[in-house]
Structure formats: structure tokens, C-alpha cells
Design a protein. Sequence first.
Length: 203
Amino acid sequence: MATLEFWFEFASTYSYPAAHAVEAAAKARGVEVKWRSFLLGPIFAAQGWNDSPFNIYPAKGKYMWRDLARICAAQGLPLKKPSQFPRGSMLAARIACRFADAPWAGEFVRRVYSANFADDLDIASPFVIGKVLSDMGETAAPIMQAAQAQETKDAFRAQAERAVALGIIGAPSFVVDGEVFWGGDRLTPALDWACGKRDAVSI
């Protein structure tokens, strides 16, 4: 089966609707989704930014929130601007990394995004993440404990390094056989690529 890697950061605005769309869209095309969490901070720092570009450039931020509202409305997703933006998400990101192949991985990702961008909850809080897991019917304690294990931290660090090696510059990004598609609006071209439509010229 063809696969598509979905690279996401829980604080990323445009990753919210993309996370809610990618699995169903991929399934309809016979493509398997691989969940790949990472942090944008180091990537932004490499570009000389110490904050989200949507905070650094207010005009861009104002446009982004309006654009995101349109996208979410089109998908039927609720949107509430977080009272803190961006929010930390290390615990959730490590869980998503450690349990990327679990049958509940996609649901977990979507619920964390909804907690942040629909319910304005602090997704850096272990209480919030624990409730997300328990509401899914999972036993939160061992999952959260595993997320703090050194092997998980090492795996997450290696995953972040791979994001840089792939040339990922933002989230969401879709990767198919090393080909990077940046932005939620690149989902269809990424799925086309996964399904064998690869007529791009080399430059």
C-alpha cells in the first residue's frame, strides 16, 4: 500500500484542519497515513525567528486567522482562537511519536488539535492530555509514562532531525518517498504523488 507521511506540530494553525482531513482523504485513495509529530521551534530558529511568524508579522497573522476561519467553516470544524498562541505541546508530540502506529493515533491527534483550536484548552497540561486519552477509552497513565521515557525522547529528537534532513520548513507537510509537499492545500497533490502521478520536471 502506498503511504503518505503527515508531518505536524500541535501548535500549527493550518495543521488543525489538515489533521481532520488527511486520514479520510488518504483512505479514499487507498493510501496509508503515517503520523509524524515534530516541533517547529528549531526550524523557525534556524530562520532567525523566536516566535511564530504569525506573531512576528501582525498583518500576516491577521490574514491567517481569517483564512483559517474560512477553511474550518468549509470543513465544518469549530474554531476558537487560543488565548495563548502558540502553545507548548511537547507531551502530546512525544505521545504521537511513541504511539504513531497505534490504532488510536489519528484520533488522538485530532482530539488534541480540537482541544487547542476548538476548546481553547492548555494542551501543555498533563491533565488535559490525560483527559483526551481517557475520553478515547485509553488508560492514560502508562501512555503518558512511556512518553517520558528516554527512548521516546531519543526517538522524538531523531524524528525532528529527520524533518530537517527532509527539508521540511513548516507544518503541515506531507511527504511521499522523500518528496515534500508543504501546506494543507497540498494534500491532493501529495496523494496524487502517492498514487503514482509523478510528472513534475526536475529543476
